[in-house]
Design a protein around this ligand. Structure first.
Ligand code: NI
Length: 263
């Protein structure tokens, strides 16, 4: 496995543009190996009891509810065998090449948009979820488990948006019971869509503005995402925290976790 998977020019482009689309992140068979594990976890709604399974854009309903865009945090906690798969190591090498030796896997998570899902992932910056006392150098590696295009909900990025500030966010639709965040009323003048073959991935900086459309295709859109943190620097002034730990969505999820007892 190549310890420097990116060409120097690709690292430069990531730093300049805030994102990078890679057609060959891993051999397709390595990505296919994830699919049965991923599908099983979503099928049984792993993590529900701990509040790690929820819908990105809808308030909590029942565990059996057919959510439009369910999200599962910490897949590898519920299926540790994932950590043995080569794409875990590929992700780590990629993140380390860009972020340096401080790169650390913060979270692996999945966002599942079933065929015909009406839920977009609205424009947002991942850094809005993070501690507002710091500027964060971090990135996400977004790996689709099937080919993706604009119809099925590939990623879109606003080039160079990671060079600006963290914009004002709110919970999706302004509903405080929802986990996901959005920049309200935002329509970029230009955005780059990144369709990918199986085995491809996109990388984006924690501050890069990104979006994905609803899944209007006939095939489920499964994305497996690795979030890495690198250096963080204390800001002179804290920015507003967009999602307090006291928010209703967190409270609902914490209650589930409390009821399930220590994990
Ligand atoms: Ni995001």
């Amino acid at each position: 496995m190549d310890r420097q998977p990116l060409a120097p020019d690709e690292v430069r482009r990531f730093r300049q543009e805030g994102f990078l689309s890679i057609e060959r992140f891993a051999p397709p068979a390595e990505v296919e190996a994830v699919a049965p594990i991923y599908d099983r976890l979503f099928e049984v709604r792993a993590g529900w009891d701990e509040g790690n399974y929820f819908d990105m854009g809808e308030p909590d309903k029942t565990k059996a509810h057919a959510y439009a865009a369910p999200q599962l945090l910490q897949l590898s906690r519920y299926a540790p065998e994932l950590r043995l798969l080569p794409i875990f190591e590929r992700s780590r090498l990629l993140a380390t090449q860009i972020l340096g030796p401080k790169a650390r896997l913060d979270l692996d998570h999945g966002i599942f948009k079933p065929a015909g899902s009406t839920a977009p992932t609205p424009w947002h910056q991942d850094e809005a979820f993070w501690d507002g006392r710091y500027n964060h150098d971090g990135l996400s590696i977004w790996v689709p488990l099937q080919p993706v295009d604009e119809v099925s909900g590939c990623m879109h990025f606003v080039p160079k948006s990671h060079r600006g500030e963290v914009m004002r966010h709110r919970t999706i639709g302004g509903d405080p019971r929802v986990h996901g965040l959005e920049v309200p009323d935002f329509e970029p003048a230009f955005a780059q869509a990144c369709p990918l073959p199986l085995g491809g991935a996109t990388l984006h900086h924690a501050r890069a503005l990104h979006y994905s459309a609803p899944n209007r295709s006939g095939v489920d859109r499964r994305a497996y995402i690795f979030v890495f943190t690198g250096r963080k620097r204390r800001r002179l002034f804290s920015r507003p925290q967009h999602r307090e730990m006291t928010s209703q969505s967190d409270r609902a999820r914490r209650e589930r976790a409390a009821m399930s007892g220590p994990a």
